[in-house]
Ligand binder design. Structure first.
Ligand code: AMP
Length: 284
């Protein structure tokens, strides 16, 4: 996502992306079969992906990577930023309450965000698993998530295991700034572009539906530093919380999006294999 690719290369990159994806799918199947020795087991792994948490500063590519995970495993992306922006757009009572906080780049109070997440994770499409993008962002949210998952999914017998895989995407600070300032979003379909590294075919217009692309209110220069500061002070301790529990996996986010995606899928598969193997050992 960094550097500036000429547009003609965009097509080559897309083709490379497709063949990389095919290679990834093959390697995933191989890994699963190697580790578990049977295709029915591979199916079991794919059925129980469970919770995936993506951590990283604004601009690390969490949104892009979440969409990739969603397509790959057919589990929903749960982005607290998107859910909150939707409330603001609809001007719900919650949206009106949090509008100014979001515009300043500060964090919405924990109890409000946790309520939205609880509501979203109870929807039936989250039964096989989900990708949390932008949550948890404070230690309190992380502790709340652990008890929520245990209570709702494990104690209720829905899942044999509830521990999320937590993946941190690490990116160089200056590259982050470039990514955020170049980010453009389609207000209709949510596609994400970047004027430096992934421009649309026609300037400022969405390739998919022709809508005029927008800069997110909180991607404006004056708000970006506040968001990065907030991340540094409040969200970094979340990574430390998971690290202390031995549950943090770090992926190098300075690689190409395809390479980041390959690393992430490999980690998720490996985690899912471990879980199936542990459950087999326990006889569940
Ligand atoms: P994002 O799109 O994830 O960067 O989120 C945009 C904004 O929504 C953030 O700058 C916060 O104001 C708010 N927000 C999103 N997720 C959370 C969260 N987990 N806790 C508190 N505020 C959040």
């Amino acid at each position: 996502m960094t550097g500036s690719l000429p547009r003609a290369d965009g097509f080559a990159a897309a083709a490379t992306g497709r063949s990389t994806r095919r290679r990834i799918v093959r390697s995933v199947v191989n890994l699963v079969q190697e580790r578990l020795g049977a295709s029915s087991m591979a199916e079991q792994v794919l059925r129980t992906i469970g919770p995936v948490v993506l951590l990283g500063p604004p601009g690390a590519g969490k949104g892009t990577q979440s969409k990739g995970i969603t397509e790959h495993y057919h589990i929903p992306q749960v982005s607290t930023g998107d859910l909150l922006r939707e409330h603001v757009k609809q001007q719900t009572p919650l949206g009106v309450q949090v509008q100014a906080v979001i515009a300043r780049g500060e964090l919405v109070p924990d109890n409000l965000v946790c309520d939205i997440v609880a509501w979203r994770l109870r929807q039936p499409d989250a039964d096989r698993g989900f990708v949390l993008d932008g949550f948890p962002r404070t230690q309190k949210q992380a502790a709340w998530l652990d008890s929520f998952l245990k209570f709702e999914f494990f104690d209720s017998g829905k899942w044999a295991s509830w521990l999320p895989i937590v993946i941190r995407i690490e990116v160089d600070y200056n590259k982050l700034l470039l990514r955020i300032t170049g980010r453009r979003t389609c207000p209709i379909c949510g596609s994400i572009y970047n004027v430096h590294s992934k421009p649309p075919l026609v300037d400022e217009i969405c390739d998919k539906d022709g809508a005029k692309l927008v800069i997110r209110e909180d991607d404006r220069d004056e708000v970006i530093r506040e968001r990065l500061d907030t991340y540094e002070h409040q969200t970094k301790p979340v990574a430390e919380y998971y690290m202390a529990l031995g549950r943090l996996v770090t992926v190098d986010g300075d690689q190409s999006p395809e390479a980041v995606s390959a690393s992430i899928l490999k980690e998720i598969d490996s985690h899912a294999c471990d879980r199936v193997q542990r459950n087999q050992a326990k006889g569940t």
